[in-house]
Design a protein around this ligand. Sequence first.
Ligand code: HAX
Length: 434
Amino acid sequence: MKNNLKNKFESKIQPARDEIKDLILNHGDKVIGEIKLSQIYSGMRGMISMVTETSKLDPEEGIKFRGYSLDELLHLLPTYKGGKQPMPEGIFYLMLMGDLPTIEDVELISEDWKKRSNVPDHVFAVLDSFPKNAHPMTQFSAAILALRGDSCFMKAYNEGVRKKDYWSSSYEDAMNLIASLPIIAAYIYRRVYKENKHISPNLNLDWSGNFAHMLGFDDEEFHELMRLYLTIHADHEGGNVSAHSSHLVSSALSDAYLSFSAGMNGLAGPLHGLANQEVVKWLLQMKEFYKGENPTKDQVSKYVEKTLSDGRVIPGFGHAVLRKTDPRYVAQRNFALKYLKDYDLFDLVSKVYEVVPPILNATGKVKNPWPNVDAHSGVLLLKYGMKEYDFFTVLFGVSRSLGILSQLIWNRALGSPIERPVSMPTNIIKKKLI
Ligand code: HAX
């Protein structure tokens, strides 16, 4: 089987370049949105200000990857032999190529990533130099930077590559980085929590299965969970903090390593990807508060009220764009209904799902009282024995590489410009208005 993904991708570039050139030429002066003063002071909510091809978030319908809803993709993407969950290789193909992969396309990506999964010794030495209590996301981001010595793009750039060919070496960087992330993440996990006892890759497995194996989990159900997990966290259009920060950094022609590491620093914030660890911490604290008993709905309500009156947010609830229950939450709930029915923490998550939205609604200020992806992911991992919840955002990060890096390849192919919006001090804004 010949791996012609790169050639197939190349054939998509010129038509896409022509399409955008034509759009700008014929419609470049058209207005497609207006900016209100309040948006400038509220984190640019609702402003159309960048182009992302890989996925689009609809407030009501949730994420769509190249036009397909998550629910559709859970049925349409190829699955691993005998399994039911989609393989993340498939969503990567879809985001990069714009159309659905065949099983052969997915297997070719799996094979390609296996061949590319090389992490030089100095990266492990960088990780070994961290104190074990350094947050796993700090270690993850630093290791990605340490890998950068291998950047094909920087080498090509230093050798004077032409702008129209930037995409080719960026493609190599993106594929090499995606292939290597599970090794780095598993190394961090085993070093910090499993007495530095590392597990060699099993190259008979797919990307997710091998990752689960290197983490130390060989239960096929956990492998299926990993496939689901790494698929549903892959992308959430371009405006979220991790995708946007990667996009911004890469617009300066910083290579894939610099750009992706920047995105991971954003993902590590508690209002974004770190929320998955915060949810588990909060659930366990609630259980402890009720002396280890599984709280009743009434007790959950009281705990939620207490969290709010302490001036804290309810982790895993709310969203800057979504206005309904996150379809990624629903996908995980369906997995739990199948495999975790009698698990006490799933029962608690279900009670929280019933209790929190009306309480958040009653505050009168929360725009979306419904759960997001992070409200559910942690308990699934706990159930299979992965208890070290400060590692969970690293798993999210490994998945997010698929969306961020497929878009980075497109940005290079389309010659996306350096990003440089305008900022203003309040006194000038006032002068413009009054
Ligand atoms: N609990 C309590 N208060 C909340 C809340 C929550 N879950 N969600 C929003 N609010 C509050 C905001 O803090 C804000 O209060 P102030 O006006 O006093 O500042 C008010 O409601 C309006 O906020 P909003 O417009 O509804 O929400 P934002 O777009 O400003 O913020 C957040 C969106 C996701 C950051 C927010 O809902 C939040 O903090 N949620 C909890 C943390 C979380 O789950 N983050 C993960 C989000 C998904 C993600 O990125 N995953 O990686």
